[in-house]
Design a protein around this ligand. Sequence first.
Ligand code: NAD
Length: 239
Amino acid sequence: MRRVLVTGGGSGIGRAVARDFAAGGDHVTIAGRRLDALQETDGGRGMECRTADVADEASMKALFDTPFDIVVANAGMGRAARVADTSLDLWNTTLAVTLTGVFLTFREALAGMKSGGRLIAISSIAGLHGEANTAAYAAAKHGVMGLVKSLALEVARHGITCNAVCPGWVDTPMAETAVANVMKRFDIGRDEAEARVFGQKPSGRIVKPEEVAAAVRYLASPEATMVNGHGLVITGGET
Ligand code: NAD
């Protein structure tokens, strides 16, 4: 049975990824800051729930007391702000969680990972091109892509792959918060706020968390053995 770790497993994409692996019969560990949210993800599926802060080195060292075959660095955060309005605190927190958190997750995972292992980051299309009002988040996600591409070259000869998925907007609490903030800030209704935040979508909709989970499942599969250092875009044709 494959041992899978998903960080930020208490909501959104992490929850969908964890449930997808559990449904496939894998042994799943989910890590996050809130035990109640992790237990909700589990919902009796037999997952192991571990509290951990991905930005905290000691916490991440403690999390990897047993080795994993598949590690999904999903935890991340971002808040909309123009560069001129981005405080140093917001900048540092965004990078600590969204970039350093992935570095710590992968570095600790490597110690016990055997040939066939999979390192998968949940990046974003914000890691591939710039976006106004989200510089800290985009900088962190670009950093994730640099880490993924570089680490892929280090682990390839050990039979391990390191890849990312790069979704556009996904229907999760993160997207909901972005829409709610725009509704409040501009005193507008949901439809207008969604149009402003999400923009025009070729497919007419944003991505479902389960569609990201399916891409992660592929990158973790034996069929993806020669896919390495890649960022798999999931946008319904937007980019
Ligand atoms: P979300 O807010 O529901 O999930 C983020 C998870 O990370 C939460 O469970 C949160 O508790 C956890 N987390 C945050 N800081 C943490 C920390 N320090 N330690 C441990 N856990 C922490 O949002 P989501 O959309 O599911 O986001 C998951 C990932 O997907 C993030 O990396 C995000 O950047 C990325 N992503 C999201 C979208 C989107 O539109 N929702 C698009 C592209 C990429």
